[in-house]
Design a protein around this ligand. Sequence first.
Ligand code: SF4
Ligand code: SF4
Length: 668
Amino acid sequence: MELKNIIFILFFLISVLVFIWSCRNLIRYMLVAKKKDDRFDKIGERLKRVWVIAFAQTKLLRDPKAGILHLIIFWGFVLFLFAVVEAIIQGFYSPFNFSFTGAFYSAITIVQDIFSVLVIASCLYALYRRFISHIPRLEVDKAGKIDAVFILLMIVFVCVFMLGENISLVAKHNFVLGQYEVRPVSQYFAGIFYKSTGSANSYYEFFWWAHIVVIFGFLNYLPYSKHLHVLTSLPNTFFANLDEKRKTLKPINLEDETLEVYGAADIEQLSWKQILDSYSCTECGRCTDSCPAATVGKSLSPRKIIVDIRRRTIDKAPLLVNGETSGEIFEKTLVHDYISDTELWECTTCMACVQECPVMIEHVDSIVDMRRDLVLTESQFHPSLGNVFKSLETNFTPWAFNHADRANWAEGLEIKTMSEDSDCEVLYWVGCAGSFDDRYKKVSRAFASLMKKANVNFRILGTEEKCNGDTARRLGNEYLAQMLIHENVETLNHYNVKKIVTSCPHCFHSLSNEYKQFGGNFEVKHHTQFINELINEGKLELNNESAVTKATYHDSCYLGRYNDVYDPPRELLKDINGFDLVEMKRNKSKGFCCGAGGGRMFLEDEEGGKINIERTKEALGTGADTIASACPFCMTMLNDGVKHFEKADEVSVKDIAEIVLENLSIRV
Ligand code: SF4
Ligand code: SF4
């Protein structure tokens, strides 16, 4: 064994041991979070998703320019692993290479050669985007900038040294490639940099060592870097909620008498996955860039929320694992001291951040967990929410309406309630806005008229219907939400309800996805899906005589991003002859929230601009004379927006059900 091998083995062992020690610490810090979270089910499905999201980089490619850049760097890293393994084995046994793999070695060598150039170019372009183009979403604090430069330069050095090693190797071997070697780039540069083989061996040794030192330096820097995601993004993608659970909130077990804190005031009340989320944040800013609150200048930044969880973990977890319980750090909490109440209340739970995050971070779960602490443990919330909670408790609706009036909207329509006759095809779940809000009552009547026209045998619950619980749940009042949900599930199961249709995306989402957690299993349709089916079955017929109307459609977050219902409303508009559907720039999964979700409907804006004004501006910018929506909250927000711009005489906000009713071939 040569001296080189002995030095390498020592270096290798120290580097690996330090790396294992750092990872062990990160895992111990992660486990200070005590909320239970089982993510070990459906391994096959999880692996498939790792392939689609992490290896095929489908989320990153939503932004093609940045996506392609990252795709090259990511795949470069994956493909360079062969070179790294080869270099490490050479540290033990110098003449080693993978040439015994035959044609596979040809593939490895050519890919290394080409990708080293591509990755260097991509890193330099990434530096250009960050520091010369100043892409706004990439703006971070000074420490973040230094870290980003350091990481990108490390990657460049890995490639330069690997290329230098291969160029010198070609020169060292008299400019002749070994069997199965295909290194066009190295061969080309060997001819330029070396006139003879004389000095090639010394340069080869230099580059080999430089390559090894940078790789192990990089590896040991990562656990302390903001770019820890290089290690954690694959496991984070693997452990992310599977689709059916991804957009539902996890219930609190309110029967658990050992619970001292409801929700999360600090990292101990989070789950290990929420800490892993924070380790995995690349600080790419995609979440904040798509966040409606951040867009209009509010304090909330989903990136900051996740980074703050990481900061708090780094500050507090090492003390906790050492058994410490007092000191300056313990006088602070994650909520209030790292993340302000204002930030938490500004979230509309629109899911844009979760949708865009390339490493599958679940911001909304953490935000709602912290809201739960504010509401249930600390009773710290805006006085206006006190009225909302009180109304929900006493009137079963967020507004101060009399519960006895819940079915008044249906007067004169001769609609039977379930208590009168429960023999029906479908239950129409009207929702609070559809029952009490003057504007949306018209939508309830329009949709009921359509069903009557199509001879649908439907019923309503009348005064047996209560708020679905979404507003209370998203506002953190899990106790009140579960109370409402349990009561509704009991009523629905009492009537053996199997099929529900609703005009409210919030009711739609809760009833179809979250009621399952409480024993409510129903087939639920949104009214846009239901109307579409009626038309496809020939039970309703659209006319073809409409005056030419330019319409734009606003996607409700709870219909679109939460439940992937993008097409049925659009198909209905397109089916009406004379309707010209024009899309806003932010549409479908990139749609921009109206500002009312997550209970924001009941909170005033205390800082920054108004989300609904931003959205209405975009809608008006299309030149449409009709803004179509399919959600009561969106309708209110867009109507307010249109009035703000004094466009109410020129532009109308209509629900899809109203538009269809106005354009039936035979009026009801
Ligand atoms: S859910 Fe929407 S409002 Fe809330 S942080 Fe994410 S992007 Fe922002
Ligand atoms: S949370 Fe996700 S989208 Fe947001 S900055 Fe971090 S990695 Fe990027």
